[in-house]
Design a protein around this ligand. Structure first.
Ligand SMILES: NC(=O)C1=CN([C@@H]2O[C@H](COP(=O)(O)OP(=O)(O)OC[C@H]3O[C@@H](n4cnc5c(N)ncnc54)[C@H](O)[C@@H]3O)[C@@H](O)[C@H]2O)C=CC1
Ligand SMILES: O=C(O)C(=O)Cc1ccc(O)cc1
Length: 303
């Protein structure tokens, strides 16, 4: 029988990610007990109905009492305010973590509130969907996905214990600096979402000005973009506002490469286009061979 890694996990924010952690932590017996806090009484009521936490009564002091792992699973725009509210209830020796999609800004927001003796180990599971809320979560979400840790202030074996927790949930763990994380995610996650929001907006606008059906006749390539463009508006607004510099830097590079592509089309440079598409095809095939196709994170989903 596998031993629990933490006694009591307190999750704050029981949406897609928080509720998936609750389900996965229980299924894998990573913790003995789970408490849940959320600003929304409806979410807490649903968590009680689903039975995915031992305590979802909404009492902050009770939820945090004895918690040796506390994970903030709220949008990055409110994470500092939430950290400030829970800080007085954190116990010495506990690990405070989060799952925010941006790390530099999140660390800057949370760090000033972390009490002495509490380990602060930010995390980012690279797993998710375009759905939100406690019903959207599922226990296998983190299976074979990366979880990045950017330890900020931690001692003893706290980082190792946190890494083991994510591995127990099925994830592969890597440690890096917040700067490296934010730059890498700007190009592999934040920019692709920006492009999806933009292309779907452009198609909808074209439909409006031409008063003709555009989206109805879209093929699967466009439909893949609409899936991403259906992601939560609050979450993505906060990501772009909180990873501003890295996203703007990547957007400049993207615009330069797009201009080069445009020029190839203008000049009729078929060889240039063919060479680029050959390189990008090889990248995709490499990802698939490594078993890291994250394009369709739908296994184990119930909706
Ligand atoms: N959705 C995704 O695919 C991924 C999201 N993330 C990150 O995880 C975090 C949570 O995202 P989701 O679970 O998708 O969002 P969600 O919208 O499904 O859930 C967020 C939950 O936080 C609660 N909440 C909001 N403000 C609060 C406050 N002030 N105090 C307490 N609770 C509050 C909401 O009521 C909601 O239940 C975000 O920081 C996001 O960047 C990380 C990886 C993937
Ligand atoms: O739904 C998708 O394709 C995603 O890319 C999910 C996702 C969203 C935000 C993250 O920080 C990590 C993963």
């Amino acid at each position: 029988m596998t031993e629990p890694l933490f006694k009591k996990l307190c999750l704050i924010g029981l949406g897609l990610i928080g509720s998936s952690i609750a389900r996965a932590a229980r299924a894998s017996r990573a913790v003995q007990e789970i408490s849940a806090l959320d600003a929304s009484p409806q979410v807490l009521a649903r968590v009680r109905e689903l039975g995915i936490a031992d305590d979802a009564g909404g009492d902050m002091e009770r939820a945090l009492k004895g918690a040796d792992l506390v994970i903030l699973c709220v949008p990055v725009g409110v994470i500092g305010a939430v950290a400030k509210t829970v800080a007085p209830y954190l116990e010495t020796g506990a690990v405070l973590s989060d799952v925010g999609s941006v790390k530099g800004s999140v660390v800057a927001q949370i760090a000033p509130h972390v009490p002495h003796g509490v380990h602060f180990i930010p995390a980012h599971p690279l797993a998710g969907t375009e759905y939100s809320g406690p019903d959207a979560g599922f226990a296998t979400l983190f299976q074979n996905r990366w979880c990045i840790l950017t330890p900020a202030r931690a001692g003893g074996d706290a980082v190792e214990a946190t890494a083991e927790f994510w591995k127990r949930l099925g994830a592969k763990v890597e440690t890096m600096t917040t700067e490296h994380h934010d730059l890498a995610l700007a190009v592999t996650s934040h920019l692709p979402h920006l492009i999806a929001f933009n292309i779907v907006g452009t198609a909808a606008h074209l439909e409006q000005v031409t008063q003709s059906e555009v989206i109805k006749f879209s093929a699967s390539g466009f439909r893949d973009f609409t899936r991403i463009a259906a992601s939560d508006p609050t979450m993505w607004r906060d990501i772009f506002l909180n990873n501003r510099e890295a996203v703007l830097e990547m957007l400049s590079r993207f615009n330069a490469d797009l201009d080069a592509l445009r020029s190839m089309i203008e000049k009729g440079d078929g060889q240039g286009l063919f060479d680029l598409f050959t390189r990008t095809r090889a990248i995709r095939r490499g990802i698939v061979e490594q078993g890291q196709d994250t394009a369709a994170p739908d296994f184990g989903r119930t909706h």
